[in-house]
Design a protein around this ligand. Structure first.
Ligand SMILES: Cc1cc2nc3c(=O)[nH]c(=O)nc-3n(C[C@H](O)[C@H](O)[C@H](O)COP(=O)(O)O)c2cc1C
Length: 264
């Protein structure tokens, strides 16, 4: 490989990184097969522990299979997630579960949701391949990290590739894996990590929310003035939700959430 000077490409990369956002409302219009191949090719080049490449990808285009995956998501996965969120103070709940009063948004989330996306890329993991790395990597509480980190890396690469092609993508985490495995015939031994719906965005992009760099970077030693107390973490989460609920709403409907009157 040539030792290229990539300095000039930084701005392009930054633009791709900053314009990629989660799009939770995609058009059903088909996307070229070539785009899917390009996204997968970028995913193939992700980093992984000792190059174990623990991932497999299932490209789902069959409408009946997409519909069945979404049914399982709504009826089994999200039913569990919804009820767990009820344990929290309303304003601390995950943004998607603070807008349950917004009928249009709920319809978008729960009627067909991401099942209408033209393509779903399902990211699976094979935990055995993480053993490519040193055995010690799996101690000290890191457990499955060389599997999950690898899957996150390949997913991130593919989200960026989708963004660079002018597509929108979403990252749908799967918590209760078994019913999804049955739909796709995935062996029990594998991990059903996430579903990445891909398509043309049906809502305009909106810039994301991030902590300022100065808050997260430490020089030479950990700067204790940046350490949050437990109480500050709680305040941080409340403040974060205030910023991210409108962004989530936008990603579903292209507008801020409807006023809720404190209903949850
Ligand atoms: C590990 C991980 C899990 C995520 N799970 C979900 C999910 O289940 N559903 C969803 O809509 N977005 C999910 N996301 C997307 C995040 O909500 C999103 O990246 C974050 O709010 C920042 O917004 P942005 O992607 O628009 O920049 C996930 C992202 C990551 C990295």
């Amino acid at each position: 490989m040539d030792q290229r000077n990539f300095t000039g490409d930084y701005d392009t990369l930054l633009e791709i990184v900053k314009t990629r956002v989660s799009v939770r409302n995609l058009k059903p219009d088909p996307i070229p097969d070539d785009y899917v191949a390009k996204i997968l090719e970028i995913g193939r080049w992700a980093m992984s522990g000792a190059n174990g490449q623990p991932w497999d990808f299932v490209v789902v285009k069959d409408p009946a299979i997409k519909k069945e995956l979404f049914r399982v998501y709504a009826e089994e996965n999200n039913d569990f997630i919804y009820w767990m969120e009820q344990q929290r103070d309303f304003k601390l709940r995950h943004p998607s579960f603070q807008m349950t009063h917004d009928e249009a948004l709920q319809k978008q989330r729960t009627s067909v949701g991401w099942s209408i996306a033209p393509v779903l890329i399902v990211v699976l993991g094979d935990g055995r391949r993480q053993w490519a790395t040193v055995q010690g990597a799996h101690t000290f509480g890191r457990d499955q990290s060389h599997l999950t980190d690898g899957l996150a890396n390949t997913a991130m690469m593919m989200h960026l590739a989708a963004g660079a092609l002018g597509l929108g993508s979403q990252h749908v985490t799967i918590h209760i894996q078994e019913p999804f495995k049955r739909v796709l015939g995935v062996p029990d031994l594998l991990t059903f990590s996430l579903i990445m719906p891909i398509g043309y965005p049906a809502v305009p992009p909106k810039e994301g929310v991030r902590r300022p760099l100065a808050d997260m970077v430490h020089y030479d030693k950990f700067d204790m003035s940046k350490y949050m107390t437990n109480e500050q973490v709680l305040q941080y989460l409340y403040a974060l939700r205030e910023k991210t609920v409108p962004v989530y709403s936008h990603s579903y409907t292209g507008r801020p959430p409807a006023p809720n009157g404190g209903k949850g």
